[in-house]
Design a protein around this ligand. Structure first.
Ligand SMILES: NC(=O)c1ccc[n+]([C@@H]2O[C@H](COP(=O)([O-])OP(=O)(O)OC[C@H]3O[C@@H](n4cnc5c(N)ncnc54)[C@H](OP(=O)(O)O)[C@@H]3O)[C@@H](O)[C@H]2O)c1
Length: 327
């Protein structure tokens, strides 16, 4: 495992880290025992950074990470998120009083007295024009309730607005072989300001593992079933916003570019790591075998110019029209 500096925190985090949404909720049935086994396997293999949220299973995901921390002695950094418990989810709800409530609950779930890192969970765009909201976050840091904060965003322009606030340590954004736009506009600016980047949905919800076919079916309570067209939340969070059939064709095309002995999953993750502005990719994983395969991407040699070009061509042919100017 290789490590990269996270923003200005001084932390060195595993370049393949762990996304903890699926072990909480909305990805079909998961078994806590198996999830915990996956988390432990990740630490065995050098993963030291876990991305979760208060809303993932209403604390279930945070509690699993807390249990992991209790059972391991290695240093483990946890980034959680807040904001999505607001109902209705409005900009006005992003205020100091609500933050205090959300943070207390995450402190309980994570069984700690200071949160390592809190991200606003894709807040409404208006919040990025509310400096008082960032003042409230600074207040939580001063009170010793949180160490650092960042913002998880949907769109490139939101990322650019958020990093104008000097204490934003990281941005979490969708970046993968099916989503290229953040690289050109946002990455150079994030680097210049010393802001970390978490590449989320790195496997396009599993499409980029190459295991899916036209016959793939997903359980009722899996967002790949119920949010395919954005019925429940931002469409971009499911298969990266790429139409499922077009995504399958794109994956088939990508297969031609795979180096010998490298799986589609590892190729997709290694592609993300080619961008040095990225701090880490945070693939979700439900089982130890998945994390083993994902982590191995860190040990692969860099992709060649020909392979990088192949990904660009596939993006241009199959994804660009659907995603480029939407996020
Ligand atoms: N708004 C936000 O801030 C936001 C939104 C989305 C995600 N996130 C964060 O980003 C993380 C990653 O994104 P994601 O989980 O949505 O999508 P992802 O990482 O692209 O896909 C994860 C899914 O792919 C499958 N998978 C993973 N590794 C595999 C392997 N080696 N072989 C076969 N299948 C594999 C698993 O599902 P199956 O086994 O069921 O196929 C897994 O749950 C999340 O866990 C969460 O922490 C944040």
């Amino acid at each position: 495992m290789k490590y990269r500096e996270l923003g200005r925190t001084g932390w060195k985090v595993s370049e393949i880290s762990f996304g903890c949404w699926a072990i909480g909720s909305q990805w079909g049935d998961v078994d806590d025992k198996e999830s915990l086994a996956a988390l432990h396997r990740a630490v065995d293999l050098g993963v030291n950074f876990f991305d979760t949220a208060d809303i993932y299973g209403m604390g279930r995901s945070e509690r699993l990470v807390a249990q992991l921390r209790k059972e391991r002695s290695e240093p483990i950094y946890v980034a959680t998120k807040m904001g999505r418990k607001l109902s209705p989810h409005t900009a006005q709800g992003y205020n100091a009083a609500n933050f205090a409530l959300f943070v207390e609950e995450s402190l309980r779930n994570l069984n700690t007295d200071c949160l390592d890192l809190v991200q606003l969970h894709c807040p409404p765009v208006e919040t990025l024009y509310m400096p008082e909201m960032f003042d409230a976050l600074d207040g939580l840091v001063r009170q010793g309730k949180i160490r650092y904060y960042g913002v998880s965003v949907e769109k490139v322009e939101e990322a650019l607005a958020a990093i104008e606030y000097p204490n934003v340590q990281l941005i979490q954004i969708i970046f993968n072989a099916f989503r290229h736009r953040p690289a050109r506009l946002f990455f150079p600016e994030a680097k210049r300001r010393g802001v970390g980047i978490l590449a989320r949905v790195p496997l396009a919800s599993g499409l980029l593992t190459g295991k899916m076919t036209l016959d793939s079916r997903f359980p009722q309570e899996d967002h790949r079933n119920f949010n395919r067209y954005g019925q429940a939340f931002d469409r971009g969070e499911t298969f990266s916003g790429v139409d499922f059939e077009a995504g399958l064709k794109a994956v088939d095309e990508l297969r031609q570019a795979l180096p010998a002995g490298v799986s589609m999953t590892q190729f997709a993750l290694r592609w993300i790591l080619m961008f040095d502005a990225v701090t880490c990719a945070i693939p979700g994983a439900k089982r130890p075998a998945q994390i083993e395969e994902n982590v191995a991407a860190s040990d692969l040699p860099p992709l060649s110019g020909v392979q990088m070009k192949a990904v660009e061509n596939v993006y241009n042919q199959y994804c660009r029209a659907q995603v480029h100017h939407r996020w």
